[in-house]
Write a protein that binds this ligand. Structure first.
Ligand SMILES: Cc1ncc(C[n+]2csc(CCOP(=O)(O)OP(=O)(O)O)c2C)c(N)n1
Length: 247
C-alpha cells in the first residue's frame, strides 16, 4: 500500500487543541510540512501571537515563543536581527495583527524585515469568544456587533492591500484554506515566503482566509460555504506583489 499522507516530522505527536473544523490546524500542518521540506526544524523559531494561533505551540516541534498581543512582528524582528541565521516564522490572527498589533506589522513590513509572516484571517476574535475584528464583514454578527457590523463600526480592513502600499515588502499574497485546491495554493505561497527568507530576500506576507465555526455559530461545512459565498467576495484571493525574482 502506498502511503500518501503522514504527520510531518516537525509536528509534535499530540492533539492540536483547535476546535473541530477550525482551519488553524490546516495552516499549522502546511507550515510543519514545509519545515520538513526545507530541513530547518532545528533552525526555526516560530513566533506566535496571542489568540488561537498561540495553540501552535502544541504543534511545531521547533524553538518557539508566544509574543505579547500583536507584538509578534517586533519580537521576531529582535530575534532575526540578533540571530540572522535562524529561520523566523511569524504567525498571527486578524485581531492580533490588524487591531492591537496594527502598528507592529506596518512598521515591520515598512522596514522590509527578512521575515515570513503567515496571517490567519478568520474575520473574528476567536479565542476570546467572537468579538468583532477589523476584518469582520459588513453585516457579520459578532458578540460586540449583535445585529451585524454596520458602518458605525467601520469597514473591513484589507491587510494585503494596505501592506501593498509600502515600498519594502517583497511578496504579498492572499490565499484561502476552504478547499484542497486552495490549500495546495496556500502551501505554494507559504513555500515562497519560506524561500524568500532563506535566500535573504526580505519581507513576505501570506494571508490565509480561514473560519471559526465555533464563534460564527455554524457547522464546519457551513463555515466553508460562508467563506466561499461571503469572505472571499470581500477579500479577493491573489498575488498582490511578487518581487522574489528581482531582489
Ligand atoms: C493586551 C491584551 N489584550 C487583550 C487580550 C485578550 N485576547 C486574547 S486572544 C484575543 C483575540 C485574538 O483574536 P485573533 O487575533 O483574531 O485570533 P484567533 O483567536 O481568532 O485565531 C484577545 C483580544 C490579551 N490577551 N492581551
Amino acid at each position: 500500500m502506498e502511503k500518501i499522507y503522514k504527520r510531518p516530522e516537525a509536528m509534535q505527536k499530540r492533539p492540536t487543541g483547535y476546535c473541530p473544523g477550525c482551519l488553524h490546524g490546516v495552516a499549522n500542518k502546511i507550515i510543519c510540512g514545509l519545515i520538513d521540506e526545507f530541513g530547518i526544524v532545528d533552525n526555526t523559531v516560530a513566533v506566535q501571537p496571542i489568540g488561537c494561533g498561540a495553540l501552535m505551540c502544541w504543534t511545531t516541534d521547533t524553538d518557539q515563543i508566544i509574543s505579547l498581543h500583536g507584538r509578534a512582528p517586533a519580537t521576531a524582528t529582535g530575534i532575526k536581527r540578533s540571530a540572522p541565521e535562524k529561520f523566523v516564522l511569524v504567525y498571527q490572527g486578524d485581531g492580533d495583527l490588524a487591531s492591537i498589533g496594527l502598528a507592529e506589522i506596518m512598521h515591520c513590513a515598512n522596514r522590509g524585515e527578512n521575515l515570513t509572516v503567515v496571517f490567519v484571517n478568520n474575520s473574528i476574535f476567536g479565542m476570546t469568544g467572537g468579538q468583532m475584528a477589523p476584518t469582520t464583514l459588513m453585516g457579520q454578527k459578532a458578540t460586540t456587533a449583535k445585529d451585524g457590523r454596520t458602518p458605525l463600526q467601520g469597514y473591513p480592513m484589507h491587510m494585503c492591500e494596505i501592506i501593498n502600499q509600502l515600498t519594502a515588502p517583497v511578496y504579498i499574497e492572499r490565499c484561502a484554506l476552504d478547499s484542497p485546491a486552495h490549500v495546495l495554493a496556500a502551501e505554494k505561497a507559504i513555500r515562497k515566503g519560506f524561500k524568500n527568507q532563506l535566500e535573504n530576500k526580505g519581507f513576505s506576507f501570506i494571508e490565509l482566509l480561514s473560519n471559526c465555526p465555533t464563534n460564527w455559530g455554524m457547522s464546519p461545512v457551513k463555515s466553508l460555504e460562508f467563506m466561499r459565498n461571503e469572505t472571499m467576495k470581500e477579500f479577493p484571493l491573489g498575488v498582490f506583489r511578487d518581487r522574489s525574482e528581482e531582489v
